[in-house]
Design a protein around this ligand. Sequence first.
Ligand code: ARG
Length: 354
Amino acid sequence: MWKKAESFIRQCYTELDKLSEIDARLAEIKSAINHTGRYEHTYEELEYGAKAAWRNSNRCIGRLFWDSLRVLDHRNSKTEEDIINGLLEHIDYATNQGRIRSTITIFPPEINGEAVRIWNHQLIRYAGYEELTGVIGDPASIELTRACRRLGWEGKGSPFDVLPLVVQIGENEPQWYEIPAEKILEVPLRHPEYEWFKDLQLKWYAVPIISDMRLEIGGIDYTAAPFNGWYMETEIGARNLADEFRYNLLPAVAEGMGLNIRRNSSLWKDRALIELNQAVLHSYKSDKVSIVDHHSAAQQFQLFLSKEKSCGREATGDWTWLIPPLSPASTQIFHQSFEDRIDTPNYFYQEKAY
Ligand code: ARG
């Protein structure tokens, strides 16, 4: 812990231009670790750490905006109820009526020595029910949906039921809470030209808030630190709604377009993908909900790369994740390569809590 703390503090205070404070702060941290086995971040360290963790997220194409992350400090939460209230505040603050604010809420690394975990993958996500006739809803949520039902939650059984928030402290019984419907901003999908598209009755939620990753800053593990940006349209239109193992909607869209789905060479999948993504962009924009198309996101990423260079850093990256799933070679990212080194602070996967 001490080694990690020391290197983080040096990096943090150097970048924040507070070199003269390093020695005193390190002495303070060393003594805290020696006496209690732990130390606490100041708000400034926490804020810098969360931002740097985003900057170091090799798979994220949206990192140009790392420095504008809003960091909400909820390290004073004591109970499951405190945490659930913090999650509801996060949803309101980040949603902001559609003008989405990139936000992270940081809960205590532990409460009375016990780890804090949010079971949800994202604070807002649709349930998936495995039925004899097939899956209803999001197949990616089948396991969590089963866990929620074991806790006593009952879904309506529609394709777009939002799962409840589930919070657990240590080995205590997990507490669940149904998010009030008025707090959940959703966008009904329609197409700028195809009138029939709305009859597919598709929608998606506005704000993707990842809630199952561990934020590591200076040797401290924040196991509950949900964060969000805004969507890039391909996440919804080329993956969530399109993947065969998710909502698998390309055949339905292609049929609506009157394409021959028996022949690969009609390129029906490609044509359906484009129109589905167009519908996502059109609907979010019409409803004034923040969203970025993959060409603009790729341009913003190039700007991030050059800004990093001019600060004397070389951005790291995971090419396989950075390229968008639509027309990847039409973006500059495709024609570059990146070092996929994992620096800290960073966000890490952790074992499922359920
Ligand atoms: N790809 C995930 C989803 O479709 C969200 C990941 C985070 N995305 C973001 N734009 N911040 O739900």
